[in-house]
Design a protein around this ligand. Structure first.
Ligand SMILES: Cc1ncc(COP(=O)(O)O)c(C=O)c1O
Ligand SMILES: N[C@@H](CCCC[NH3+])C(=O)O
Length: 429
C-alpha cells in the first residue's frame, strides 16, 4: 500500500485531477476513488502470492465496497468474490462475475436466501450445522465449511471474528461431525474456510490460526477422506491509517502463510489445494478519499470546531470504532506531508475537531487535528475506500453522497448523488 495516487500542487490531486475541481463539479460530500490505486493494490498482493505459491485465488471481500465499477475493475485484474449477502451476490453477478467465481459466506442465513444462492449456483460456505441441514432440503451446491479456529484478531473488538466470543463458523469440536454430515447429505465438498478478523497489520497474528486450521484440515481429510480443492484463510489484511503506523509487511505475510500452507499440506498429505484469500480493506481502503466542504467554524473555551457537510451518515468508522482517518485541506494542503510522501508539512499548532452536520454529539470525523481551513474550503478524509460508502446511511434525512472514479486526468461519476425525492422512495402515504 502507498498513497502515490495522491499528490499536492496548489491543491490536493487524485492521480492527475485537482480535487477542488471534482468537488465543484460533482458537489460534496463526494467519494473519489483512484483506479490506478485499485489495480496496484490487487496486483501487488497477487504478485506477492504468485512468488510464493502460484496456486492461489484472491476473492475480493466486497462487503468493503460494492460499487459496481470497483467490482468490474477488480474482475478485469483477475479477482474472484467473497459475498456475505444475497445483495452482494446480485451485484457481483451484475458486474460480470461467473457464479463459479463467487463464494458466499453468510451468517444467520435464511432458507429464502439459500434458495436464491442455489438458484444462482454459487458456492456456499457453511456457517452452522443447521444451515447445512436446511440447505440439504433446498439443493446440493458446492460447499465449504467455515471453521472458528479458536483465535481471532482485529483493529477493534467488533472486528474480531475468531475465538470464543465470535458468532462465526463452527468450533473445532464439531467440525469433523459437520463434514461427516455434509458427506451423508451428498454435498459436493470443496473446501475449508476461516476468517479471524479485520484490520490486522502484524503478520504474527495470522500464524497460529493458520497452523490450527491446517491441522484441522488434515484431521478432516485423514479421518473421513475429504480432498480439499481449496483452503480459504480469509482476509483481514490491515492498512495503516495513522501517520506513524506501519504497513503490513506483504512479502513477509505471503512468505509466512505460504510456508505454513506448504509444509502442512505435505505433513497431512492434503494434495495440491488452491490457497484462497479474502481481502477487502487491503484492496480498496487507501484507494478512496472523501471530499467534504467546510460549512462553519466555531469554538468554545475548550474546543475549536470545523463544521463540514459529511457526518457519520457519510463515514461511520470514526463514530463506530473510534477509527482514525487522515485529514488534509484539499484547497490548501499545507500539512499534507504527514500523509503524502514528498509533500510539505508546515507547523500548524491549532488543533481542531472536524464535526459533521448531524444532531449527535458523537458526530466527529476527526478530533484534535492540526488543520487550518476557511469556510468554503474542501477537506479530504483519507483511506475511506473500505467500509466507507457501504456503511453510510440517510440518518437525519440526508440523501446518500455521490461517488467518482478517477483515471489519469479523467473523472467519471460512478454513483449519482441522491436527491430529496429519493427520501420518499418506498414510503407509502
Ligand atoms: C468472511 C470474511 N471474509 C473476508 C472479510 C474481509 O475482511 P478485510 O476487509 O479485513 O480483509 C471479512 C470481513 O471481516 C469477512 O467477514
Ligand atoms: N466495518 C469494519 C470491518 C468489518 C469487517 C467485516 N467483518 C471496519 O470498518 O473496520
Amino acid at each position: 500500500m502507498n498513497r502515490n495516487h495522491l499528490s499536492v500542487s496548489d491543491h490536493l490531486n487524485v492521480e492527475d485531477v485537482d480535487c477542488t475541481r471534482l468537488a465543484e463539479k460533482y458537489k460534496t460530500p463526494l467519494y473519489v476513488t483512484s483506479k490506478k490505486a485499485l489495480k496496484n493494490n490487487f496486483n501487488e498482493l497477487k504478485e506477492a502470492l504468485d512468488n510464493t505459491y502460484s496456486n492461489n485465488r484472491i476473492h475480493y471481500a466486497c462487503k468493503a465496497n460494492t460499487n459496481i465499477s470497483i467490482l468490474k475493475t477488480l474482475r478485469k485484474e483477475g479477482s474472484y468474490i467473497d459475498a456475505v449477502s444475497v445483495g452482494e451476490v446480485y451485484l457481483a453477478l451484475k458486474s460480470g462475475y461467473e457464479p463459479s467465481e463467487i463464494l458466499f459466506t453468510g451468517t444467520s442465513v435464511s432458507n429464502k436466501e439459500l434458495e436464491y444462492l442455489v438458484e444462482k449456483d454459487v458456492k456456499i460456505n457453511i456457517d452452522s450445522i443447521s444451515q447445512l441441514e436446511r440447505l440439504s432440503k433446498i439443493g446440493s451446491p458446492e460447499i465449504s465449511i467455515r471453521l472458528n479456529p479458536g483465535v481471532g484478531a482485529g483493529h477493534h473488538d467488533h472486528c474480531i471474528t475468531g475465538g470464543k466470543e465470535s458468532k462465526f463458523g463452527i468450533w473445532e469440536d464439531k467440525i469433523v461431525k459437520a463434514y461427516e454430515k455434509a458427506q451423508r447429505l451428498d454435498f459436493d465438498i470443496k473446501g475449508i474456510h476461516m476468517h479471524i478478523g479485520s484490520g490486522i497489520r502484524d503478520v504474527n497474528k495470522f500464524i497460529s490460526p493458520m497452523e490450527r486450521m491446517m491441522d484441522i484440515a488434515g484431521k478432516v481429510s485423514n479421518e473421513i477422506g475429504i480432498e480439499f480443492e481449496f483452503i480459504d484463510i480469509g482476509g483481514g489484511l490491515g492498512i495503516p491509517y495513522k501517520p506513524n503506523e506501519t504497513s503490513l509487511n506483504l512479502k513477509g505475510y505471503s512468505e509466512e502463510i505460504t510456508s505454513i500452507f506448504k509444509s502442512k499440506i505435505e505433513e497431512h498429505g492434503l494434495g495440491n489445494p488452491t490457497l484462497a484469500l479474502e481481502p477487502g480493506r487491503f484492496l480498496v481502503g487507501d484507494t478512496t478519499i472523501l471530499l467534504t466542504k467546510v460549512n462553519d467554524k466555531k469554538s468554545n473555551p475548550f474546543h475549536k470546531f470545523i463544521g463540514v457537510d459529511a457526518g457519520f451518515n457519510t463515514l461511520l468508522r470514526p463514530a463506530m470504532y473510534g477509527s482514525h482517518h487522515g485529514v488534509i485541506n484539499a484547497t490548501n494542503p499545507k500539512n499534507a506531508g504527514r500523509y503524502i510522501d514528498g509533500a510539505k508539512e508546515t507547523e500548524i499548532n491549532k488543533k481542531v475537531d472536524i464535526a459533521g452536520p448531524l444532531c449527535e454529539s458523537g458526530d466527529l470525523l476527526a478530533e484534535d487535528r492540526p488543520i487550518k481551513a476557511k469556510i468554503g474550503d474542501y477537506l479530504a478524509i483519507l483511506d475511506v475506500g473500505a467500509y466507507g460508502y457501504v456503511m453510510s446511511s440517510r440518518y437525519n434525512s440526508r440523501p446518500l453522497p455521490a461517488e467518482v472514479m478517477v483515471e489519469g486526468n479523467k473523472s467519471k461519476l460512478i454513483r449519482k448523488r441522491e436527491t430529496l425525492e429519493d427520501l420518499l422512495n418506498n414510503q407509502v402515504d
